[in-house]
Design a protein around this ligand. Sequence first.
Ligand code: ZN
Length: 252
Amino acid sequence: MKLIFLGVSSALSIGYLKFHSNMLVETDSGKRILIDCGGDVRHAMFELGYTAKQIDAVFISHLHADHVGGLEWLGFSKFFMENIQVPLYIGPELKDRLWKNVLCGGMSTLEYTEANLETFFRPEKIEEDLSFTFDNYTFQLIKVPHSYSNNLLLPSYGLLIHGNKQKIFITTDTRFAPDELNSVYKDADIIFHDCETSEHLSNQHSHYNQLVTLSPEIKQKIWLYDYNDCQLPDAHTDGFLGFVTRGQQFEF
Ligand SMILES: [Zn+2]
């Protein structure tokens, strides 16, 4: 089982070919699930030699454009070039909003019918405990605090993935919430953590200066990603595994 980082940078990053923070998980039998599908994804995939044809499913953590902005490209590519509806894994409360608030404008019109989400995507079952199975591997959705709208939490869903050798936790976009996430931090063997490195705190993400206060036992399991365009701090000296670089792969 392999995790491949198609991109490693924040929504606001430009240049440096770091793209957005989207990943691929490839199982031992060669099935590939895209972990988020942001606006940069086709370029990020091209740089590593992947095309839409090689994608078997997609998981969406939340509805910011650096996580969903490439879905129109993916849906249209699979529909028009392969006549395939892409298996879609998404948190239950996000599915309708994905179509109505994100995709409907560009994807609803087809010459012979009015399209809907199911025209291009095949929503897959998420169990009551918020887990799903992909190619016999268990993916557990972990609700993390990211954005608020009018005091209402708009969550992102991280993933705890049970691999062959290790359990990995991909936080996706999350605020610094050590109390909420502590049990998952402990459960995971390796953590891939959202890490803002800009001078100013957005309060939507976990900032490096906050993450550095975690215990040494937790930090020694953490790889950092989703960072900004700036000089990066010395993560090794501070007890982390390091900053993930674009294209980096992890067997687990
Ligand atoms: Zn976000």
